[in-house]
Design a protein around this ligand. Structure first.
Ligand code: NDP
Length: 461
C-alpha cells in the first residue's frame, strides 16, 4: 500500500484514545504508519482523565462504605487514609496501562515517536525534539484537548490555581478545596475530595450544575452534592486569588471571600491546536481552535483528518475511539463507515453516579411535542440496613406518537452500568412496550427500568 513519494502512508499526531486506535487499525490493514506523542501514551483518558479519576472515585467511596458497614454487622477499628500511598498505586497502574498502549502500537508495526509533531505543510511534519522532518500521504490530527484556564487579566492570581491535570500531581490531601465550575469535572472532583475527607466548596456561575442534562438529573446531582457535604455556591464566579499566610484567599463576584488550600479550576476544556501549524497545512479551525471536520472526520484539506476532542464534537473517550476506528477502516481497510453521534451513553461519576442515554425531557418536548414520562425514586435495597438515605432516581422519556423510548436517565449506584445496557435498546429503537415486555431481574435496582407502568401526570392536570 505504501506510496513511495512519502515516508509514511499515515502519520498520526497524538497518542490518545482516537489516535492510537486509528494508527493500530491502519497498520493492521497494511499501511505504513507513524505516530507522535509529546507527553505520555494513552492521552487524557489513560494518563490524566477517565482512568485515574475513576480510581479516585473508588478510593473516595471507601470511607463512607466503612462507616455504613456497621448496619450489616461489621465493626471496624480506627481507620485512616494515606493519600500519597494511594497516589503511588494509582500512578503505577497508569504507567502500566500507558506502556500497554505503546506496546500494542509497536506490535502492530507502528513507528512511535516520543516527540511533538508540528505541520510544515499539508504532507510534512517536523518533530520538535529531534528536529527531524517526516512526510506522509495522509495525516490524522488526534491531539485531544486541554483544560482551559482564564488569563491573569481575567482572573488575577490564577497562577495559584490548579487544573484537572494538577489534581493527579497532588500527593497530599488538602484540608480545604475550592472548585470553580459546574460541569463533569467540577462535580466529580467535588464528590471525590469530599469523600476523601476534604472540606469542599463548589462555585458555579449558573443556578443548577450539569447544564445540558435532563433537569431532574441536574437537580438530583445538585442536591446530592450538598448531601455529600459539599458547600455549593451558585450564580457566582471568582474575582481574584491571593496567597495568604495560611493558604489562598479567593474573592468572589459577590464580594465574599473564601479561604482555602487548593483552588481547582474546572471551567471547560479547549482543543489542543496551539502552535500545531494548522495554518501552514491550510487546515481550518473554529473560533476556539477546534479542527473543523465533516461526518467522515475529514478536514478542508483533502489528505488531513481529525478525530476526538480536538474536533469539539463529543468529548468522550469511546467516541474518539470509534471516530479513529471508522477513519482507519474507511481510508485503509476498504470498509467505509462513519461514527453515528446519536444516542451516545454517558456517565458522570458523582456519588451516586449519573448514567444517561438519549435526550432530556425538555429537548424531547421541544422536538416532538407530546411526550410520556415515567419516573421513580426509591431507596435501594442495600441502603435499608445501613441507614444511608441516598435514593435512586430513574426516568424514561417516551415519544407519545409511537411509544419509542427517547431517553433513559438514572442517578443512583451503578447507573453507568445500567445505562450501558439500556443504551443497546435505545439505539435499536425500543418502545415502552419492549421495556414492559422485558422480564425484571430481581432483586436489583435496574429492574425498575422495566417495571414503571404509570405515566407521570403533572400536578393539577
Ligand atoms: P464542561 O463543559 O462539562 O463544564 C464546564 C463548566 O465550567 C460549566 O459548568 C460552565 O458553566 C463553567 N464555565 C465555563 N466557563 C466559565 C467561566 N469563564 N467562569 C466560570 N465558569 C465557567 O467542562 P469540563 O471541563 O467539566 O469537562 C470537559 C468535557 O470533558 C466534558 O464536557 C465531557 O465531555 C468530558 N468529560 C467526561 C467525563 C465523563 O465521561 N465522566 C468526565 C470528565 C470530563 P455553564 O454551565 O454556565 O456553561
Amino acid at each position: 500500500m505504501t506510496d513511495t513519494a512519502y515516508d509514511y502512508d499515515l502519520f498520526v499526531i497524538g497518542g490518545g484514545s482516537g489516535g492510537v486506535r486509528a494508527g493500530r487499525i491502519a497498520a493492521q490493514a497494511g499501511a505504513k504508519v507513524a505516530l507522535a506523542e509529546e507527553y505520555r501514551m494513552g492521552g487524557t483518558c489513560v494518563v490524566r482523565g477517565c482512568v485515574p479519576k475513576k480510581f479516585m472515585v473508588y478510593s473516595s467511596t471507601y470511607g463512607k462504605h466503612i462507616k455504613l458497614s456497621a448496619g450489616y454487622g461489621w465493626s471496624v477499628g480506627d481507620v485512616s487514609y494515606d493519600h500519597s500511598a494511594f497516589m503511588v498505586a494509582l500512578h503505577a497502574e497508569v504507567e502500566r496501562l500507558s506502556a500497554i498502549y505503546d506496546r500494542n502500537l509497536k506490535n502492530a508495526g507502528v513507528d512511535v515517536f516520543d516527540d511533538r509533531a508540528e505541520f510544515v505543510d499539508a504532507h510534512t511534519l517536523r518533530l520538535k525534539k529531534s528536529g527531524k522532518t517526516v512526510t506522509a500521504g495522509k495525516i490524522l490530527i488526534a491531539t485531544g484537548g486541554r483544560p482551559w484556564m482564564p488569563s491573569a487579566d481575567e482572573l488575577p492570581g490564577i497562577e495559584h490555581a490548579i487544573d484537572s491535570n494538577g489534581v493527579f500531581e497532588m500527593d497530599t490531601l488538602p484540608k480545604r478545596m475550592l472548585i470553580a465550575g459546574g460541569g463533569y469535572i467540577a462535580v466529580e472532583f467535588a464528590h471525590i475530595f469530599a469523600g476523601l475527607g476534604a472540606e469542599v466548596t463548589l462555585v458555579y456561575r449558573g443556578e443548577t450544575v450539569l447544564r445540558g442534562f435532563d433537569d431532574e438529573i441536574r437537580l438530583a446531582v445538585h442536591e446530592g452534592l450538598k448531601e455529600a457535604g459539599v458547600r455549593v455556591v451558585t450564580k457566582c464566579t471568582f474575582k481574584s486569588i491571593e496567597k495568604t499566610g495560611g493558604g489562598l484567599m479567593v474573592t468572589m463576584s459577590s464580594g465574599n471571600e473564601i479561604d482555602t488550600d487548593v483552588v481547582l479550576m474546572a471551567v471547560g476544556r479547549r482543543a489542543n491546536t496551539d502552535d500545531l501549524g494548522c495554518d501552514k497545512a491550510g487546515v481550518k479551525l473554529a473560533e476556539q481552535g477546534e479542527v473543523i471536520v465533516d461526518e467522515w472526520s475529514r478536514t478542508n484539506v483533502e489528505n488531513i483528518w481529525a478525530v476526538g476532542d480536538v474536533t469539539g464534537r463529543v468529548a468522550l473517550t469511546p467516541v474518539a475511539i470509534r471516530e479513529g476506528h471508522a477513519f482507519a477502516d474507511t481510508e485503509f481497510g476498504d470498509k467505509p463507515w462513519k461514527m453515528d453521534h446519536s444516542n451516545i451513553p454517558t456517565a458522570v461519576f458523582t456519588q451516586p453516579e449519573v448514567g444517561t442515554v438519549g435526550i432530556s425531557e425538555a429537548e424531547a418536548r421541544k422536538t416532538f411535542g407530546e411526550i410520556d414520562i415515567y419516573k421513580t425514586k426509591f431507596r435501594p435495597m442495600k441502603n435499608m440496613l445501613n441507614g444511608d438515605q441516598t435514593r435512586t432516581f430513574m426516568k424514561l422519556v417516551v415519544r407519545a406518537s409511537d411509544q419509542r423510548v427517547l431517553g433513559v436517565h438514572v442517578v443512583g449506584e451503578d447507573a453507568a452500568e445500567m445505562i450501558q445496557t439500556a443504551a443497546i435498546a435505545v439505539k435499536m429503537g425500543a418502545t415502552k412496550q419492549d421495556f414492559d415486555q422485558t422480564c425484571a431481574l430481581h432483586p436489583s435496582s435496574a429492574e425498575e427500568l422495566v417495571t414503571m407502568r404509570t405515566k407521570w401526570v403533572p400536578e393539577g392536570v
